[in-house]
Design a protein around this ligand. Structure first.
Ligand code: IFG
Length: 508
């Protein structure tokens, strides 16, 4: 009784007494509130049941998340079991239903226990814990807040294993710190893939040994004629490291045979007529093609793909294949099959936009559906898994509505509700859940020049795509999501990001 009185009498009424009202995004599978709270104190510790590098890394991540706004020490202790007043992280692979990214979170009045089969699952569960702290937790300086976590249990694991976003660093170049900020957003909402669009007509962004002009010339500009830029291999490795620390896989994309003007402008010999075109700073598409008849083209591709494979630990290599209007159809098909052999010889699985389905791919190759449902269906019938990125639903560069200055509108306007109200497994009747690897929302950057503009287009729509990838379609509901998003608005405010305040959301 005293405890109950304590709750109602506490003058600093904590944010929630009801775990089920915490408004977590993406929505967890199962939440059971017990109506009380766990009091975080200055001497609350993070305890880990294994002294492994992975667990120490995760505990360190938690500490650096919670230290700035709480001002507490967050000592990390290796101990077998949970103890009063502390947050215990534990790996115990005896919960097969959780899979490798699932977790079970128990918040009792006197302790917090986060359990998972693997570190990846702990990392996803930490994002949930982060959303149970009051929004002030996002601040960078100690806040005078009574840090209480609502009690109860959460059992959670993702629907799709591929939940990602693509960042186009070719149309406009973004320095490493902007890519890291992008990775932080993905991590916060339990996404696990960053697809980097590293080359296009307007720019080549990754240093390739033996082909220095790709970056010296191809990386020297961008849409609008700015100075462009590129990642050295060291900088690219730093991006990959930062992503891996957050259990996010990088998928590099070198778009080919089309979308290659930057490479063609850098090396005359890659052009069929041996003449290098000018660098291009406009926004047209479909006018460029590697010369598919020349052997040097395949030596070039081998060098690029082998070096990029070496630099990228993930299983995938994206070779683009979209809008190759300047490549003869039969040449295109021969080319894609030859590149597929190069990719698989490097031990990677090929990914490409849906046009590659015309090439009769190995069933292991993955097709990313963006525009061209017939090719998507052809891929599914061919046994290829699909990444669902339908442009009229998932393209983050689409304007919200006619008043949005940033972005494009060729695939239509995508307000926050339209971004949320669809599901990959019902998008096309011919494509079932078993054909789908997951979902990915691309940000093309023809009109995006800096982080603030990025934030405006990406947030809050990214949160909806994160939920589409993580939460079962049966639990998806716009009426429920929009209230959770409204509630989450405080957090976006505290993060200081330039998010779009849609009129459709009753922001708190
Ligand atoms: N389509 C092009 C992109 C970009 C996009 C802008 C794909 C696969 C239109 N290809 O989307 O390069 O220009 O919305």
């Amino acid at each position: 009784m005293a405890a109950l009185l304590h709750i109602f009498s506490s003058h600093t009424a904590p944010a929630f007494q009801n775990l089920e009202k915490a408004g977590i995004i993406p929505k967890p599978l199962k939440v059971q509130a017990t109506g009380s709270f766990f009091q975080v104190r200055p001497n609350t510790r993070i305890t880990i049941n294994r002294d492994s590098e992975g667990m120490k890394g995760i505990a360190g991540y938690v500490a650096q998340l919670l230290r700035p706004a709480t001002g507490f020490d967050w000592k990390i202790i290796h101990q077998k079991s949970a103890s009063p007043g502390n947050i215990h992280l534990m790996i115990s692979n005896n919960q097969p239903n959780l899979g490798d990214e699932g977790y079970k979170l128990t918040i009792a009045r006197d302790r917090v226990i986060l359990k998972a089969n693997e570190c990846k699952g702990l990392f996803r569960g930490i994002q949930t814990i982060r959303q149970l702290f009051p929004p002030e937790i996002e601040r960078k300086t100690p806040q005078d807040v009574s840090w209480k976590l609502a009690t109860g249990t959460i059992t959670d694991y993702p629907t799709y294993s591929h939940r990602g976003s693509m960042l186009d660093v070719a149309r406009h170049f973004f320095p490493v710190e902007d890519v890291k900020a992008y990775i932080d957003w993905l991590a916060r909402y339990k996404m696990n893939v960053l697809h980097l669009h590293l080359s296009d007509d307007q720019g080549w962004r990754i240093e390739i040994n033996g082909w220095p002009k790709l970056t010296r010339i191809g990386g020297s500009t961008e849409v609008g004629g700015g100075k462009g830029g590129y990642y050295t291999q060291e900088e690219y490795k730093e991006i990959v490291r930062y992503a891996r620390e957050r259990y996010i896989t990088v998928i590099p994309e070198i778009d080919m045979p089309g979308h290659t003007n930057a490479a063609l402008a850098s090396y005359p010999e890659l052009n069929c007529d041996g003449k290098a075109p000018d660098l291009y700073t406009g926004t047209k598409v479909g006018f460029s093609s590697l010369c598919t008849h020349k052997e040097i083209t395949y030596r070039f591709i081998e060098d690029v793909i082998s070096q990029l494979s070496e630099l990228t630990p993930g299983p995938y290599m994206h070779i683009g294949g979209d809008e190759s209007h300047a490549t003869e159809k039969q040449d295109y098909i021969t080319f894609i099959n030859r590149v597929q052999d190069i990719v698989t010889s490097q031990g990677k699985t090929l990914v490409g936009w849906n046009e590659i389905a015309e090439a009769g791919l190995n069933p292991e190759s993955v097709v990313q559906l963006w525009h061209g449902n017939e090719q998507g269906i052809q891929a599914a019938e061919n046994g290829n898994q699909l990444i669902m990125s339908p442009s009229e639903r998932a393209y983050l560069d689409m304007k919200y509505d006619s008043t949005t200055t940033l972005g494009l509108d060729w695939a239509g306007y995508i307000e926050v509700d339209r971004a949320y109200n669809w599901s990959p497994e019902t998008y096309l009747p011919e494509i079932g859940k078993e054909d789908i690897l997951g979902v990915e929302c691309p940000l093309w950057t023809e009109t995006v020049t800096n982080r603030e503009e990025m934030e405006y287009l990406v947030l809050p729509r990214l949160l909806g795509y994160a939920e589409i990838g993580w939460t079962p379609a049966s639990l998806q509901s716009w009426e429920d999501y929009k209230l959770r998003l409204a509630h989450h608005g405080r957090r976006l405010e505290e993060m200081g990001v330039n998010f779009y305040r849609s009129d459709l959301i009753p922001w708190k």
